[in-house]
Design a protein around this ligand. Structure first.
Ligand code: PRP
Length: 181
């Protein structure tokens, strides 16, 4: 079979580097939530790998839920129109909620989610994202827990895709078609 990773160029974040960062973020969340009882919300689909590692790194009682949003391609996304395609299962009223994302780019997705979930009267609403591309921001969004700030490069792996592929790479690399490593 062809090497399915041949369009992935530079490895930006090795598996061990990500693993160490996940632990570091988990310790910070634990320090801030000693009373426990937090609800972690995974924003499907990109965050799923980070989410599953993060919740296992947390030495706290946590609950989980899932939400999915979508945009109709880049032009719609830049206009800020985000659509809810799968809602949470349960009420978040009175809960300490942490939204978990793989990447914050323009900030439009999070801005929508913070507004939408903020209207449901949670006790607190925070954001945790493995990656952030500050140079791409169109709207400012508060992100309490950030793993890595990266340049404006197209990255894949560890949940992040190009055309739905590469989510299962254990590391994060730069998508560079034709690079052949
Ligand atoms: C990605 C990512 C965030 C969003 C960030 O999701 O998971 O949800 O884009 O971009 P923004 O800050 O510009 O709004 P994507 O729409 O690629 O879907 P996916 O999670 O299913 O891969």
């Amino acid at each position: 079979m062809d090497d399915w990773t041949q369009d992935v160029g530079e490895v930006l974040l090795e598996e061990e580097v990500i693993r160490a960062k996940v632990k570091e973020i988990a310790r910070r969340i634990e320090d801030d939530h000693q009373d426990g009882d937090i609800l972690l919300v995974c924003v499907l689909r990109g965050a799923v790998i980070f989410f599953s590692d993060l919740i296992r790194a947390l030495d706290l009682p946590v609950s989980v839920d899932f939400i999915a949003v979508s945009s109709y391609g880049a032009s719609t996304k830049s206009s800020g129109q985000v659509r809810l395609i799968k809602d949470l299962e349960a009420s978040i009223e009175g809960r300490h909620v942490i939204l978990v994302e793989d990447i914050v780019d323009t900030g439009l997705t999070l801005s929508y989610l913070l507004r939408n979930l903020g209207n449901r009267n949670p006790s607190s609403l925070q954001v945790c994202s493995l990656l952030s591309k500050p140079s791409r921001r169109k709207v400012e969004v508060p992100v309490e827990y950030i793993g890595f700030e990266i340049e404006d490069q197209f990255v894949v792996g560890y949940g992040l895709d190009f055309d739905q592929r590469f989510r299962n790479l254990p590391y994060i690399g730069v998508y560079s078609p034709g690079s052949d490593h």
